[in-house]
Design a protein around this ligand. Structure first.
Ligand code: 13P
Ligand code: SF4
Length: 294
């Protein structure tokens, strides 16, 4: 892409992006990989094809670069379930208790936490934080998943945070598909309800599922996450069959970005992520806590 070279830009895309966007991106990955890549990027402009909290994280890690999002309406409903004011309330309710926030939160909320985590490292972050009791939000299912792998006491905040897309997966669908494809490996995202991961063979972030599909001996996979990931899986493992656990599991926010919007975003250098300096300074530390853990 000539325009990309002229602007000294790089395109980062989440695993749920439309196939044609994944195909033009310089890097495709999960939230953790995208944060790591954003921290190392050598470019003047970052075009971030993902939802706003992901682009915000890239902007926090690159205050001197221009971070653009092709469609500014790409918001994650789960991230909006834990506004900064609610965190301040929990801080008053549980004085001194450390707060770990899922990366799926707004920058303003991250500014009030002690560490950020992703679905790839939630338990690891909780185990590394200096506190025996941890407030964790906004995803209750990820809180339960981290609790399963930690001896610390995890208190979910708010009580009912969830992803509307991963709520669509049902235990009975996985059981039925496993009966239909007895040699298939069932993979689920931790944002699914616990009863879904309890009947699955592998539970982790989108990129870890992708990696598992490359290294596993299995040749059939039932996939319980947003269907965008299947494009990457099919592209990289041509001899395998990928079965969506529910084909209507589409994150409409992720799909707002189109190739045309990516082009216009680069051409007109819009829409730039702009955050108050105070928020950038305060949110950077908890994100770096996670990145330095590796
Ligand atoms: P991953 O970090 O696993 O890619 O998940 C991001 C997300 O929003 C899942 O819904
Ligand atoms: Fe948010 Fe769910 Fe979409 Fe992920 S799939 S961006 S958690 S709404």
């Amino acid at each position: 892409m000539r325009l990309k070279r002229e602007k000294e830009a790089i395109i980062l895309a989440h695993n749920y992006q439309r196939p044609e966007i994944q195909d033009v991106a310089d890097f495709v990955g999960d939230s953790l990989e995208l944060s790591l890549r954003a921290a190392q990027v050598d470019a003047k402009v970052i075009v971030f094809c993902g939802v706003n909290f992901m682009a915000e994280t890239a902007a926090i890690l690159n205050p001197e670069k221009k971070v653009l999002i092709p469609d500014p309406n790409a918001l994650c409903p789960m991230a909006s379930m834990l506004p900064a004011d609610l965190i301040k309330l929990y801080k008053r309710k549980y004085p001194g208790v450390k707060i770990v926030l899922y990366i799926n939160t707004l920058a303003e909320a991250k500014a009030y936490c002690d560490a950020v985590c992703t679905s790839a490292n939630a338990a690891e972050v909780v185990n590394n934080i200096d506190s025996e009791v941890v407030l964790f939000g906004p995803d209750v299912n990820l809180a339960k998943y981290a609790q399963m792998k930690s001896n610390k006491k995890i208190i979910p905040i708010p009580r009912g945070g969830f992803c509307p897309v991963h709520k669509l997966f049902k235990k009975d669908d996985i059981i039925r598909l496993k009966e239909l494809y007895p040699d298939a490996k069932a993979m689920a995202h931790p944002e699914c309800d616990p009863e879904v991961w309890e009947v699955s063979d592998f539970v982790s972030s989108t990129s870890k599922m992708h990696r598992e599909s490359l290294t596993s001996k299995a040749r059939k996979f039932i996939v319980a996450t947003e269907i965008g990931l299947l494009h990457r899986m099919k592209k990289d493992r041509k001899d395998a069959i990928f079965i969506p656990a529910y084909e209507e599991a589409i994150c409409v926010n992720m799909r707002l970005h189109t190739l045309e919007k990516v082009y216009l975003c680069l051409r007109d250098e819009k829409y730039e992520i702009k955050l108050p300096e105070k928020v950038v300074l305060r949110a950077r530390e908890p994100i770096e806590f996670m990145l330095q853990m590796r």
